[in-house]
Ligand binder design. Sequence first.
Ligand SMILES: Nc1ncnc2c1ncn2[C@@H]1O[C@H](COP(=O)(O)OP(=O)(O)OP(=O)(O)O)[C@@H](O)[C@H]1O
Ligand SMILES: [Mg+2]
Length: 316
Amino acid sequence: MGYAEYFNLEREPFSNAPNDKFYFNSDQHNQALLRLMYSVDSDKGLAVLVGGVGTGKTTLARRMLDNLSVDKYESSLLVMIHSGITPEWLLSRIALQLGVKKPDNDPLKILKQLYERLLQIHSEGRKAVVLIDEAQMLQSRELMEEFRGLLNLEIPGKKLLNVVFFGLSELEQTMSLDAPLAQRVAVKYTLKPLSVETTHSYIAHRLKVAGSEVVPFVDPAIDKIHKYAGGVPRLINTIADNAMLETFLRHDQIVSEEIVDSVAVDLGLSKPEVKHAAESVDEVPAAATPTAEELEEDNQADLEAIDSLLDGFQEG
Ligand SMILES: Nc1ncnc2c1ncn2[C@@H]1O[C@H](COP(=O)(O)OP(=O)(O)OP(=O)(O)O)[C@@H](O)[C@H]1O
Ligand SMILES: [Mg+2]
């Protein structure tokens, strides 16, 4: 018997396997998604989501893909699994994903095929969107230039392709290899680790989705989980999962602080990740949502325009 049954749960609450059911719409995940959707809907061209390891970038990319309904968007999520990708491979992959039946071998011809396909999508009143996960793997200037080329596919007054990069912060360095591309970033959002409060809601949310009516953790145990995990969702899951298992093995009813301490030691996480924690939304409230100045400095994002449009979005 696993701990799920012991705690009267229908399924494991803290699995790290991707599962849409468990999606937690934290304020910042919500803000990020709204901005990325706005970027696509207003044909901004290029948007970027960066965040540390395990903060929820892939989760968000998948969520965004689900949001892009087939009747309005021709969309695709590409994962850059290794750094040896060539511009030709990338181009033909994108063409295929967007519905070019047989991409040519000649990159110039692929571009032409792609352009025609994008015109077709446009004529159907739809938008073409390519989401790139693990975008920090795109480590060459050539690849960045390829994207710039793609973003230049337009008809007068309108871009035909929207690209969203999801990646670790080093993505920003790679992008700086091609200044004109870096300049084209219209929207950028940084995912931070979760705050203590959000960690409490996150854990309660996952338990609820797993079928639990109660949160079998004492509050200080969750505070500790947040501390050891540095607010990073993947680590929160791992610690909470191990803590529940340990509680079950001890035939206890509720996860105590002491159990969290002991699993953190076992997992090698017992030295609280001070750096992460300090970056989390709680400790540095001002960093939770980038200010207009920051965004403007960072990436020329026109935050005010975005926010006013977002208001319409959220209300409507
Ligand atoms: N908003 C969320 N709702 C529910 N679970 C989440 C959320 N964000 C992250 N998680 C959980 O945290 C774990 C890590 O998330 P994810 O894989 O999206 O992170 P990542 O930023 O893509 O990591 P990496 O840097 O390794 O690519 C997953 O198990 C996921 O279920
Ligand atoms: Mg990921």
